[in-house]
Design a protein around this ligand. Structure first.
Ligand code: KIV
Length: 259
């Protein structure tokens, strides 16, 4: 088994798993110093491309961003989201996942869904491909973005889906926007780690979209915490640059070439 995956599995019931998304090299290299897992999330569709949904994200976009992220990630486990409609059946999934693994040199992939994707997960796992699951809100297919686990039937389905994913061989599972008691129950019920986003502190780990954390997005989600407003800092720097150019304070002799 991949040593980095073993490390993640060993953290269950011991220490929290720290995860963030990255879409390019420089940010990835910063995250690599601190994170156990770096995810090239298809959230890049809304964050970088202003797409209405992640459905519009293509395999080509994911591969290009992942290649950039790979240049910055050495220590952490690097996982790539498989975009919508690229894993509709085991054959299609295997072909596309193999391409992603070959092109990006990532350590594994993440797929959204439960019961419906079990045969796909089993095929990938049989081919020694590390797979991360994703239940709760499924941005690729859900029409409504409200938290999961309000009704008993829904909660039972999510528990069952998670159990099925574990049995199919996923090494960990993202719980997206799952009600607190339910995410606790799932985390206690399964042996693989749960990584929460909007799913309380009961999960074995936590993931956030990096742009939300640093203030480079307009995200107002309840589960987001903004640790710094980096756009304010950039704004200040660009304003100063503009003023110096206009006042002829930049460039100076030391920034210029002379024979
Ligand atoms: O696409 C993404 O960034 C994700 C995480 C938020 C879990 O799936």
């Amino acid at each position: 088994m991949n040593k980095k995956i073993k490390k993640i599995l060993n953290k269950k019931n011991r220490s929290k798993i720290v995860c963030l998304t990255a879409y390019s090299k420089k940010i990835a290299s910063i995250l690599d110093k601190h994170c156990d897992l770096v995810l090239v999330g298809d959230s890049l569709g809304s964050v970088l491309y202003n797409y209405k949904s992640t459905k519009e994200v293509t395999l080509e976009i994911m591969i290009n961003h992942s290649k950039s992220v790979r240049l910055g990630v050495q220590r952490s486990l690097m996982i790539v989201d498989m975009p919508y409609n690229t894993y509709r059946n085991p054959r299609e999934a295997l072909r596309n996942v193999k391409l992603v693994m070959k092109e990006t040199k990532c350590d594994g992939v993440k797929l959204e869904g439960g019961k419906k994707i079990i045969s796909i997960v089993k095929t990938l796992v049989k081919n020694r491909i590390p797979v991360m699951g994703h239940v709760g809100i499924l941005p690729q297919t859900d029409k409504k973005f409200s938290f999961k686990g309000k009704k008993q039937k829904e909660s039972e389905r999510i528990i069952k889906d998670t159990k099925l994913l574990e049995e199919a061989g996923v090494f960990c599972v993202v719980l997206e926007c799952i009600e607190t008691k339910l995410s606790k129950k799932i985390t206690e019920k399964i042996k693989i780690p749960t990584i929460g986003i909007g799913s309380s502190a009961h999960c074995d780990g936590q993931v956030l979209v990096i742009d939300d954390l640093i203030g480079m997005s307009e995200s107002k989600f309840k589960f987001v915490k903004r640790y710094i407003d980096i756009s304010k800092i950039i704004n200040g720097a660009v304003k100063k640059y503009k003023s110096e150019v206009q006042k002829k304070q930049f460039p100076r002799a030391k920034h210029s070439f002379k024979n």
